[in-house]
Write a protein that binds this ligand. Structure first.
Ligand SMILES: CCOCCOc1ccc(-c2cn(C[C@@H]3NC[C@@H](O)[C@H]3O)nn2)cc1
Length: 447
């Protein structure tokens, strides 16, 4: 057994997102989002699930903050539903929407919990999608106007901001693979959207600096790791293409001011022509105060000609998998963090999402989710190794506080350390809640 110890100033937290937990989609003046539309289109979400009720956190946020208080977290990462603030994406501001987030933030602050606000976690106002959504450059300025309002409105209350959650999911998963809203399957469209998202991020950071409202700002790319099946260069290159698609495609423009050449060339071979306007790359390349890293899983992979977009295939190595089928691959977490450190230097990092899907149900009032505890132990051990290797990690925020709407999987996949009964909305602390609470209190755990 070993004691895994964390730095004395380590911050611990939990994460959620508006569409996944709030419910009340027709209340408080909220406008329609693309996930309302997508989830209510037959075939898009398992069991036809949608976010109309979800965890009902719009009404139960005080109970949720009590759970966080009991947990002893330092920071709570949540997202704001843009359609609650601008029901039509632009124009008239919905005061009821602002009021809801003031209630939530005030409750957090009263309980000594720091709010970390994600401005965009996928619930684009449908009215903007009707005008092209992220494919339309006008959406960039609409977002900056929304962000400006939020910066001014919550100045002094919120001091940690994230512009975008998982731009790879917003662009490629949602517009090329097509399993998330709005469900396009067009590589050119998706790649151009990824560029518009990066310009959006840069313009928002510029606005944040210009306003001088105080606090810090970053963004939260999702990451993955592919370990080459052999030391053949073709296997190494194939793995680097997939990693590059998640990491370098989004982090190089922000930290280096240019796209990775090897990915630009690959996309060009696939017929993609990016429309980059004068000044775009300089706009994207704004210094950020911290980087969010989301990590869940990785694979062993090898080159396979004409396989998928990037010519690789997964090699089945009989890894244990979580209930959503993702391999448990903590070494990938370490490797991602070392890759980021080696590529981008000493940028302060918050792990803004890391967690696992286990669908254990309550029995006699408790939920024995030993799989989730094991996942947390393995990944926090990998995180501790990365910190010992010099990665500048400031905090760890687990996904998720509670079971919630897991996008195309609906309510069938549970990522929470708190169980939610979707019929009664009763919350039940899982064994992992108590394990995480003790780890936070100690700032160490025994592996
Ligand atoms: C047919 C091919 O299908 C490919 C599916 O490909 C993916 C990739 C990645 C994901 C994914 C889901 N999550 C968890 C969320 N992160 C943000 C938060 O809202 C969590 O709910 N992270 N990545 C899903 C699907």
């Amino acid at each position: 057994m070993a004691i895994i110890q964390f730095p004395k100033d380590m911050k611990w937290g939990t994460a959620t997102a508006s569409y996944q937990i709030e419910g009340a989609t027709n209340e408080g003046g909220r406008g329609v989002s693309i996930w309302d539309t997508f989830s209510k289109t037959p075939g898009n979400v398992v069991n036809g699930d949608n976010g109309d009720v979800a965890c009902d956190s719009y009404h139960r946020y005080e109970e949720d903050v009590e759970l966080m208080k009991d947990l002893g977290i330092d920071v709570y990462r949540f997202s704001v539903a843009w359609p609650r603030i601008f029901p039509n994406g632009t124009g008239e501001v919905n005061q009821e929407g602002l009021d809801y987030y003031h209630r939530l933030v005030d409750k957090l602050l009263e309980n000594g919990i720091e709010p970390m606000c994600t401005l965009y976690h996928w619930d684009l106002p449908q009215a903007l999608q009707d005008k092209g959504g992220w494919a339309n450059r006008e959406t960039i300025d609409a977002f900056v106007d929304y962000a400006e309002l939020m910066f001014k409105e919550f100045s002094g209350k919120i001091n940690k901001w994230l512009t975008l959650n998982e731009p790879w999911c917003i662009s490629f998963l949602s517009n090329y693979i097509g399993v998330h809203a709005p469900g396009n399957q067009d590589l050119q469209l998706a790649t151009q959207i990824s560029h518009h998202l990066l310009v959006t991020h840069g313009k928002t950071v510029q606005k944040f600096r210009e306003l001088g409202v105080g606090g810090e700002i970053g963004f939260a790319p999702n990451t993955t790791w592919l370990e080459p099946y052999s030391n053949r260069q073709e296997d190494i290159d194939a793995c680097n293409r997939e990693i590059g698609w998640y990491i370098e495609w989004f982090m190089d423009p922000v930290f280096k001011g240019s796209y990775p050449d090897f990915m630009v060339e690959w996309f060009k071979k696939k017929g993609v022509e990016l429309d980059i306007q004068d000044g775009d790359m300089e706009t994207i390349n704004q210094p950020v105060d911290f980087l969010g890293i989301n990590y869940y899983t990785g694979h062993i992979a090898r080159y396979k000609e004409n396989e998928g977009l990037l010519d690789w295939e997964m090699v089945e190595m009989n890894y244990d998998r979580t209930d959503i089928g993702w391999p448990i691959f903590p070494e990938g977490f370490y490797n991602v963090l070392m890759r980021v450190k080696d590529s981008y230097g000493d940028i302060p990092i918050y792990i803004t999402e890391n967690g696992s899907c286990y669908n254990d149900e309550p029995e006699n009032g408790s939920v024995k989710d030993s799989g989730r505890i094991n996942y947390l132990q393995q990944h926090l051990t990998a995180l501790s190794r990365a910190i010992a290797s010099g990665v500048n990690v400031k905090g760890y925020i687990t996904w998720s506080l509670m079971d919630n709407f897991e996008w195309a999987e609906g309510y069938t996949m549970r990522f929470g350390i708190v169980h939610v009964n979707y019929r009664t909305l009763e919350r039940t602390k899982k064994d992992s809640f108590y394990w995480y609470k003790q780890t936070i209190a100690n700032n160490w755990f025994e592996n």
